[in-house]
Ligand binder design. Sequence first.
Ligand SMILES: Cc1cc2nc3c(=O)[nH]c(=O)nc-3n(C[C@H](O)[C@H](O)[C@H](O)COP(=O)(O)OP(=O)(O)OC[C@H]3O[C@@H](n4cnc5c(N)ncnc54)[C@H](O)[C@@H]3O)c2cc1C
Length: 397
Amino acid sequence: MLTSSARKRALVIGAGPMGLETALRAHTRGFEVTVLEAGRVGEHIRQWGHIRLFSPLGMNVSAHAKKILGESLPPLDAIQTGAEYVATVLEPLAQSEVLKDRIIVDRKVVALARAGLGKMGLPNHPLRTERSFRVLAEDHAGSEHVYQADLVFDASGVFAHGNWSGSAGMPALGERKLDQRIIRHPIDVESEAARFAGKKILLLGHGHSAANTIVALARVQQRAPQTQIIWAVRSDRTKPVSEVADDPLHERAAVVDAANALALHPPENLRVLRRATLEELQTVEGSNIIKATLKVWKTSEAIEVDEIISLTGYRPNLDMLRETTVEFSSVTEGTRGLHKALSNITDCLAKIEVNPNDLQSGEPNLFIVGVKSYGRNSGFLLQSGNDQLDAIFAALM
Ligand SMILES: Cc1cc2nc3c(=O)[nH]c(=O)nc-3n(C[C@H](O)[C@H](O)[C@H](O)COP(=O)(O)OP(=O)(O)OC[C@H]3O[C@@H](n4cnc5c(N)ncnc54)[C@H](O)[C@@H]3O)c2cc1C
């Protein structure tokens, strides 16, 4: 059973789409809501604002949010860029009467725990549930702020933490030292053409972010043909980006097809290295060049490049939850119950029947929601996130 709270302070971590949707529901149920956001509203999506969402707008907004946004909402079949979604959905929601005084930006949550109890305090004891949460946050200047709450919803996403680039998810040799030189988000290479045109670029990864990036890099190369691109993928498939058969999400299918077409018939100055793993990164003395050594099938290849874009997936930051009793899946690092519920699901569009108990985190009245609840599983869709929230709030009544 989820524990209903007589007290009513709900704290939401993150003002991405799921944090805002959580706050709307919590407000409707009579909780006193505060949203703490590390950056700006929709911060993570702003960072890939040039990329189009593959799900149409109607799938990305709950019925509740649609009602608040009313006629200002673009057509529900719109395939928006991340920036358009922030401008037409997230910002207006954040400025709506319901939420406008409840969001505190520039507040990064660093840690939280039940007041006076660490991870091992009163385990499974009803008294643990009685304790409120104490949440420590910081702003960009390093000033610290403390908040109290009876319920906490962690909607802080995964996007800020790219996976390491080496074999088996480990850092490649030298990668930690050169961390600042590696771009770990799908950067807008076309807007930053001055940085990329005419350069030699190593792109790692073959997921959706990498697919978008290789297609954009190919466009940069069309305009600046001397640009050299090496696309290194772990897959041995001729079409490295996974296809979804008869994909009803046409935008996703189009990006996958375009990326795979480049892999099948690479233009001049685009090399595709299959079965490639990054082994080592080194600086080339007296220059900004990085020497990357890759194992490509059975041979070793050293390449000197100007830029490295590593898009090998994202992982959740679990540090802030360390003093809680949240149970994570040892496979995905999403919540344990949800991982079990999702483990046989391969189609992210499938309607997922989740038992409310699967949404328990293991720490009463603390919920991991949104894409973070899936951990490293990349199958999250906003539509499923909204279903998840409906189930959580229904059980809270
Ligand atoms: C390129 C790309 C395309 C995608 N396209 C789609 C799509 O078409 N459809 C779809 O359904 N999904 C898509 N996704 C998945 C998408 O990431 C999620 O659907 C959506 O962003 C999840 O929302 P969220 O609120 O859970 O997390 P996020 O959007 O990641 O929001 C998390 C928020 O928490 C904040 N935050 C992080 N840490 C802290 C902290 N410590 N303290 C306070 N605040 C914090 C962040 O700044 C951010 O604002 C895409 C992802 C990528 C990378």
